[in-house]
Design a protein around this ligand. Structure first.
Ligand code: ASN
Length: 299
């Protein structure tokens, strides 16, 4: 086994841990969809550089390649209270993103959602997820880590929490990279101005009930999530404010009008987690079929 093979095997083991973890915590696993009528707009978000969301026409409908299943998760809460999906996402990022070391135009996230949950509920489940991962990998992937020559990272939650405002004050606009380099444990970055489905704090407009996990040592963002806007009027107001085309959200808004359950959730990038744990300089090193922005695919 060489290093490349070891990294790919470790990603598979992380996937296995993730599926088991969510089942054990009482989540229902749903299968992913790859096409949707309404999909995540991925913006406005300063972190997103998606050039377009591809559409196809099939059976008299316009279907879009799934950028994330966030809108499907809200729909799924009509049936299930705790759910997760190992969800492949397509995000056609600008080619400059090839240099970031952490962008892929196809990747998989473990995307979960919990009815009637608040941020704190997500923090505790996510921290439990990370703390159990080390022991699992010691048992399941000791050989692979030996080949790479890397100790298995010990997560020690609770992770520190900062608002993006605090991070900007301390590190400037490039806070993510700088703060990541200065930390030895992951930390939570709270309150990002981004997509319409992340809940705005009604008591403090301009603040958002959302969060990212930032991996330390320069590896950067690895999870993002939020409490959700679930009320029709607020969703419409946010879509308007973002200048999005209502036609793309007709299907979603139909169900929003019937009322969504309040919820919170997040998505954990599987390849980013494997990259961080295996100390790969570029995320492509955990993929056999490389999907790097700006680079032609082999097969
Ligand atoms: N999965 C993310 C969330 O739950 C959304 C995303 O991937 N853009 O908030």
């Amino acid at each position: 086994m060489d290093k490349k093979e070891a990294r790919i095997r470790i990603l598979g083991k992380i996937f296995m841990y993730t599926v088991e973890f969510f089942h054990r915590k009482g989540f229902v696993q749903l299968m992913p969809v790859m096409l949707g009528k309404s999909v995540d707009p991925l913006g406005p978000d300063p972190g997103s550089s998606v050039v377009k969301i591809p559409e196809i026409e099939y059976n008299g409908q316009v279907l879009r390649l799934v950028t994330s299943m966030i809108l499907h998760k809200q729909y799924a809460l009509r049936t299930f209270d705790r759910l997760f999906i190992m969800s492949p996402n397509i995000r056609l990022e600008r080619k400059e993103r090839m240099k970031s070391g952490r962008h892929l135009f196809e990747f998989t996230q473990a995307d979960f959602e919990i009815a009637n949950a608040k941020m704190e509920d997500v923090f505790s489940i996510v921290e439990e997820y990370y703390s159990g991962l080390t022991g699992f990998l010691e048992k399941e992937a000791g050989e692979e880590f030996k080949v790479i020559g890397t100790e298995i990272f010990r997560f020690s939650p609770p992770f520190k929490r900062y608002t993006t405002k605090e991070l900007k004050e301390r590190y400037g606009e490039e806070w993510e990279r700088k703060a990541s380099l200065e930390h030895e444990q992951p930390f939570w970055a709270l309150s990002h101005k981004r997509e319409f489905y992340d809940k705005e704090d009604e008591k403090q407009p301009g603040e958002y009930l959302n969060y990212d996990i930032i991996y330390p040592l320069g590896y950067g963002e690895g999870l993002s999530g939020a409490e959700r806007e679930h009320e029709y009027e607020r969703i419409v107001m946010r879509i308007k404010r973002d200048g999005l085309d209502f036609k793309s959200y007709e299907a979603y808004l139909k169900y929003a009008r019937e009322g969504f359950t309040p919820s919170a959730g997040a998505g954990i990038g599987m390849e980013r987690l494997a990259r961080f744990l295996t100390k790969a300089s570029h995320i492509k090193d955990v993929q056999l079929f490389k999907r790097v922005p700006g680079i032609k695919v082999e097969i």
